[in-house]
Design a protein around this ligand. Sequence first.
Ligand SMILES: [Zn+2]
Length: 921
Amino acid sequence: MPGTAASVRPSALATHALSGALVALRAAAAVAVLAASAAAAPIKFPATPDGAREVRDERDVSPYLAAWKASNLGRARALATPASANQTAYDVHHYDLDLTFTPTAQSVAGTVKVRASVLAGPLAEIELDLAANMVVDAATAAGAPAAFARSGDRVTVQLDRAYQTGEIAEVGVTYHGIPSGGSLVFTTYYGRRLVWSLSEPYGARTWWPCKDQPADKADSVDLRFTVPTGLIAASNGTRTEATDNGTVAVSRWRHRYPITTYLVSIAAYPYAVSTDWYLPAAGGPMPIDFYNVPESLAGANVVQPKVKDMLAAFAARFGEYPFLAEKYGHAEFTFGGGMEHQTCTSLGAYIEYIVAHEAAHQWWGDWVTCRDFHHIWINEGLATWSEALWAEATGGAAAYRNDLAFNRYFGPGTIHVPDAADEARIFSSNLSYNKGSWVPHMLRGMLGDSLFFGALRAFGQQFAYGTATTEDVRDAFEAHTGWDLDAFFQQWIYGERYPAYRATWTSAPAPGGHDVTLTLVQTQSGQLFTMPVPVRVTTASGETTFVVRDSLRAQTFVLRVPDEPRAVAVDPDQWILRTVETPVTSPSFDRPVLLVNGVDWATYGAEITNAYANRAFWGDYAVDFWDCFAAPAGGYPASLPAPLGHGAVPPEVMGRYRNVVWVGNHLGGDLDAWQSSPILSYLEKGGNVLLMSRMGDQFLPDTLLRFLGVSIVPGTTLYDCVAARPGLTNIARTGTQSACIVLDTARTQPETQLLWRAEQNYAPHRGIGFFRAPAGGGTQRAQGGRFAFLSGRPYRWDHAQLRANVMTLLDDWFLEPLDLAGAGAPGRALALAFGAPQPNPSAGEVALHFTLPRAGVARLELLDVAGRRVRTLRDGWSGAGTHEARWDGRDAAGRDAPAGLYWARLALDGEVRVQRIVRVR
Ligand SMILES: [Zn+2]
């Protein structure tokens, strides 16, 4: 059974044994957070490494974290090596690192000792990973000097004898060098030296020799770090010694929990150190040590007092904090996100949801680690979902759902990482983080809280301090619940996309009430999903929730309710990563254009209202208006009619229009509205849709991509927009066109046309605007069913240029009769208009009529289908008013133009209108 809103509430917290003081504190904190979220405004995140500062909702941190990890780590592709045969023959028990860090030389030097048991003897040597540029000075085996050899990024130490299976071998490597690759960073911050490490996924070997495989955790580590005087080092576990003799500072760290190599860390700086305390359910308090840059204390002090509550909230759900005998803490570094170093997160941004994410990683990522990076979702999916748990702990079920709504990803790709050497793919925010976070959420919905959290804790216990794969998660959940989850994990981890349900229902009286006959059709073209789907039926006497087991392309369910049904909602609480469409059934198509706003007024302010004031998205045509959001605080721009409604567009509204112009964005819920509106059935029936949006990969399900005959290729920023068809023009940017998609210019549908392309920074060029008119039209309108897409934030294209292009699309591509808005209205100029050629098609002379709203230089020319100029009919000063020009069918040299398609292009001061002419023999 899916959980209900009531069961989602964090009841576990209330029963968690806590001191009275802590409960009071938590209650106060919860009130504060609720008050804050009521007025929550999107915040500016610091710049990501490959982009401008980005406006995000505070909770939308995954892309930010992932961008940092992928960008800063996108270097070590060559390092992703499987364990060698030798490495699989031993199991590491202990690492002892004694290292000196010299910022002036950017170097590290010292000795690392490795103790390991032999899994498959006899073993005569130990192979360790160590970057080739690091110089090995000496080696030991069993404490005595030993021979060693280098080969690429490996060092092999000869053992003193052959070791048998089960025996313990010990080797030491003394080395020095300047680490390359960016996993160990020497920098300055506020004019002071800072040393930090971030080794995930394959960077540990760039600065210390180890068996660099997450599958082989050491049971414990000892660390001795020597840094210049004045620097305070922070690391894993408990600090047992700290001295500073005025030349160097030495600290020792002792960590007695299993740890993987990429989680061993150093951060050293003249930190301001403070300690808070976490009170576990049982036992004494545990220190939380904060190593802050003094200049950051104001920001740190806002969020750091919440860390103890985060640990408590997560402990109540996952089991006790896994490193309770030692500590938790933060050490600030100059990396924009965070890194979940075991017991000592390195933190670059004091943003609450990043702090919660890294804290949750202590369980998911550190306590239980992905066995290899094909399964990174176990780390990042669970940590990202835990952000929603923190939202729930402080703001209730609605905050939980709201947080997860930000994480929905509807694009292509599998959560499973096919190529673990591709670091950008490992740290895909869409797949490993966002879609990964929906896996535990969907399991929670399917199983209910009690069973789900029980299974999650059982999984944690089973793989505690170890590593796990997707199959381990599946098997642990199956063992605890008795459910068969094979299809679930296959579909969601190894399969792509999501179910796109089309839901229709009828009802009829039946004994004791009414029968609702519900038909669910999975309209996605890829795999079918087997899911329990919650269905809520509302009647006069209340609501009844059913769960139907849906697995087929089309499936019908009969649900008995006590009264006549008023509404049927499929997955009303969003427990499934899906779309649900209630189709358009009987469209009238009797009105020209519905303009839909999907840009959050509150976030984009003048940027969006100015675009509407400039009529950038619909030009001079008469439109009706629908707003996905509530009215802007300052009221609607005068250019817009009052909205017909808000939220998703109902089928009966959409079906009245021949054209829908959708101004998309994907921030704050407009994607919900798009997905809950009957786009596909509207197209099928014969409506036309123009979608302009950033994050188009979220708006275009595979059904629409196949309809368009294009595929998405990686790319998120648009530098230019170059027209690819006659009649359209280039469109300049007015701001950063980030978070956009580009498309493969190899089209798979013969009817697909490339409208615009991005030339700058993409080789080969990428498509950013596409159009398709199906040959057969729509089922209820032969000339309809047309779909056009323009990537980019619609409000950041030049308004006048976009307006001219949209009008051309509506005129010449959608070929719709349109009404001019406000003709003759006081204070409003006439529009530039270009009438349909007469006659058309034509074997002889063609008359062209056009209206100029004002005097100016008008240019009227004829282009062939490839865009070459055939003839210029007019190019010069023309007065305001209606004009006629005639084309006799000859080119500029007086020859008869061949039969075919021609474009008549009228331009006035950069504004362009196009008509097409078919010339026949
Ligand atoms: Zn993470």
